[in-house]
Design a protein around this ligand. Structure first.
Ligand SMILES: *Cc1c(COP(=O)(O)O)cnc(C)c1O
Ligand SMILES: [Zn+2]
Length: 385
């Protein structure tokens, strides 16, 4: 039995029952204008006392799920390993550094956590089609999980999508629309599609289940460490992974399982830095011209910028920019030092760690978790050998 109580708008606080609304707060979203971060994003609230009672008996991450276990698609997602990359730790004198390897999900990225929950919702509601905009991974993930569940995935991507991700979408049999323009254009095309068709929309943050799905990575980190780490380092595009990890620790705290939050380090590509600039100045502006090798974090208008920046403020977190050269060099370094070959967006996490150490934001002895979000095989053209 799910312990979900209500959806709550992060802007106005209005609450909704599970099926009263599936996307944004109906009031706040009226004020949303295309080309700006979403407003009226919904957060799930739970019966935390009931969760706490059951957690005593069994520490099951699914206690924090919006949906009952019975609706989950028949393909295992999550439960990815967390480990100390020993050679790297010795080389850099970082004794408490961990990698959470989410590239080991079925489609090779953390996105499967969000797709799993959205597809579960489609199963629950008896809806056959799910539409999604993506720079690549959300789409390949939705195509994969839909195949497992026998649902139809309808995908909007920009032309710039890496070949590996395109192949994944096609091999799983999804319906593909290539948008001339950027990811932000694809986002709007997918919104238009779901407004006019009988389907569910999996656009990130727009569907609050994407945040709740990504949350499971944070709950697993807590369970695997049996502790709250000092820092979690997260690559940031739309800011939904960041918000999801934050929500995990908010939920654990609300259930009385932990008493403080980890600090979050957001890492962005230099040209795709809207959340970093927002965190620095307190004022939101779109990224000027996102052009980065790290396609998964290439976003002009981060959909969940407001929630993400709040998460950074609430955790005394930080946000940092890294260059494509740093990313490419660290991608190779990680592959050769840890055995983990990640895509550029995940390599950015390590470049961000270097900067945070230089800035003395992170102390070498602190407990640090780097989130590896996607496998390097998805985008082999990006690699500089
Ligand atoms: C989507 C994605 C990100 C960024 O996540 P957001 O929720 O958009 O901030 C980072 N890394 C990988 C591999 C991704 O697929
Ligand atoms: Zn609202």
């Amino acid at each position: 039995m799910s312990h979900f109580l209500n959806w709550r708008c992060i802007n106005c606080g209005k609450e909704y029952e599970l099926d009263e609304v599936h996307y944004l707060c109906t009031q706040c979203s009226k004020k949303w204008i295309t080309g700006s971060p979403l407003i009226g994003v919904l957060e799930a609230i739970f019966d935390y006392q009931a969760i706490a009672r059951e957690w005593e008996k069994k520490q099951n991450p699914r206690l924090f799920s919006v949906l009952d276990e019975q609706f989950y698609p028949p393909i295992p997602v999550g439960n990815t390993p967390l480990f100390k990359p020993d050679r790297l730790n010795k080389n850099l004198n970082l004794p408490n550094l961990f990698i959470k390897n989410d590239a080991l999900n079925p489609s090779g990225s953390l996105k499967d956590r969000a797709s799993e929950l959205v597809v579960a919702d489609a199963i629950r509601l008896g809806i056959d089609k799910i539409v999604c905009a993506s720079t690549g991974n959300a789409a390949s993930s939705l195509a994969c999980i839909c195949a497992a569940a026998g649902k139809e995935a309808i995908i909007f991507v920009p032309k710039s999508i890496p070949k590996g991700k395109l192949v994944q979408i096609k091999v799983h049999g999804a319906k593909l629309y290539t948008v001339s323009g950027t990811y932000d254009d694809a986002f709007n095309s997918a919104l238009a599609y779901s407004a006019n068709n009988d389907c569910l929309n999996r656009n990130t943050a727009f569907n609050p289940l994407t945040i709740e799905g990504k949350k499971t990575a944070g709950i697993e980190i807590y369970l695997q460490l049996n502790d709250v780490p000092d820092w979690i380092i997260i690559p940031v595009g739309d800011g939904v992974i960041l918000s999801g990890i934050y929500k995990a620790f908010i939920d654990l705290k609300a259930a009385g399982i932990i008493d403080h939050l980890p600090k979050l380090l957001s890492v962005q590509a230099e040209s795709s830095d809207a959340i970093t600039a927002y965190w620095e100045t307190g004022t939101y502006h779109n990224a000027h011209n996102p052009q980065t090798i790290a396609d998964s974090i290439s976003v002009k208008t981060p959909a969940n910028a407001h929630w993400a920046v709040n998460a950074l403020y609430q955790t005394q977190g930080k946000s940092v920019r890294v260059s494509d050269n740093e990313i490419l060099s660290d991608q190779k370094y990680l592959a050769q030092m840890t055995g983990i070959f990640v895509e550029p967006s995940s390599a950015a996490v390590f470049s961000g760690l270097r900067k945070a150490l230089t800035n003395k934001w992170i102390k070498p002895e602190e407990k640090i978790v780097m989130l590896s979000t996607g496998t390097g095989l998805k985008d082999i053209n990006a690699i500089k050998l």
